[in-house]
Design a protein around this ligand. Structure first.
Ligand SMILES: C[S@@+](CC[C@H](N)C(=O)[O-])C[C@H]1O[C@@H](n2cnc3c(N)ncnc32)[C@H](O)[C@@H]1O
Length: 288
């Protein structure tokens, strides 16, 4: 059993470095996940790990402790509808309003092992004729270096490709590499992966028309959620679109965004932008 003062020390580190909040009933989780870190650093138990932390500043150790406590569950085309909306509603609408600049920036914040940004890039590839002469940037960020390395490699197990990825897309965009599936390099090249902590200043990343911030804030407390959402909002134009996970909401957290009633999980910037995001007539999409 983890000692109370060790738990408090370690959960304090995780909270201050990532915003992730661990309630006392998560002591077993912390113990389970940090045992691997302890062993890697040559310690036999959590007590030893806590002693090393108390022993003086060790940035790499603190980073690994934090990273080990992240939850990285993800899948291709998670919940489907955000990706359908993106294709059928959001991109056509934004393309119509950005005809001159012909540039759209998308941010997958908390991208884990890459399934989310790669789902977006596969959608874009499927409709590449529509995006000819357009520049569409996809930036994918995460706090976890392990996840970013996995994402960049674009190698997925049979189990991972069976979750959410339509078989036609698997056949088209992946090839078998031993017992894994490798995503086509040209689809991988559409995504830039970068380490970024959501507690930091997203101003360093630039502005984004569309932000996927899905299933990340659920692990943070209310004030931290509000701070992150407010900083994200500052990086978005008034007609920008935010996606959050199915079990998440901005209600009661911030007034910077408002839910789009027609589309679950989709939020608009409160300060402006269209209040209606109905599917546009085909002419908007084809004129874009
Ligand atoms: C559950 S995954 C969600 C992945 C994907 N967005 C989805 O919905 O499938 C949450 C991701 O958020 C990342 N994360 C947690 N706290 C973070 C922080 N403070 N800054 C950046 N990323 C963070 C974790 O490392 C993890 O990969």
């Amino acid at each position: 059993m983890i000692r109370h003062d060790d738990f408090e020390l370690l959960r304090g580190i995780v909270k201050s470095r990532s915003g992730l909040t661990l309630s006392p009933d998560k002591a077993y989780l912390l113990e389970n996940r940090l045992m691997a870190v302890a062993r890697k650093w040559g310690m036999n138990d959590i007590d030893g790990l806590a002693a090393a932390v108390r022993g003086g500043p060790n940035e790499e150790l603190l980073r690994e402790i934090t990273e080990a406590m992240t939850t990285n569950e993800t899948l291709f085309f998670r919940d489907q509808s955000p990706f359908e909306q993106l294709q059928k509603v959001v991109l056509p609408r934004l393309m119509a309003s950005r005809k001159e600049a012909r540039h759209i920036r998308i941010w997958s914040a908390g991208c884990s092992s890459g399934q989310e940004p790669y789902s977006i890039s596969m959608i874009l590839r499927e409709q590449s004729a529509l995006f000819k002469d357009w520049r569409i940037d996809i930036l994918a960020t995460d706090i976890s270096r392990t996840m970013l390395d996995k994402a960049r490699a674009g190698l997925y197990t049979q189990f991972e490709v069976q979750r959410g990825l339509p078989i036609a897309m698997l056949m088209k965009h992946f090839k078998q590499a031993g017992d894994k599936w490798e995503l086509d390099p040209s689809i991988r090249a559409m995504v830039e992966f970068r380490e970024f902590n959501l507690l930091g200043d997203p101003g360093t990343l630039g502005r984004f028309d569309i932000v996927f911030l899905r299933n990340v804030l659920i692990y943070l407390d209310q004030p931290t959620k509000a701070q992150v959402l407010e900083k994200v909002c500052r990086q978005m134009p008034t007609d920008g679109v935010l996606y959050m996970g199915g079990a998440e909401t901005v209600m009661g957290v911030t007034e910077k965004f408002q839910p789009v009633s027609e589309h679950r999980g989709m939020y608009r910037v409160t300060a402006g932008g269209p209040s209606q995001w109905k599917t546009p007539p085909a002419s908007i999409a084809s004129n874009a």
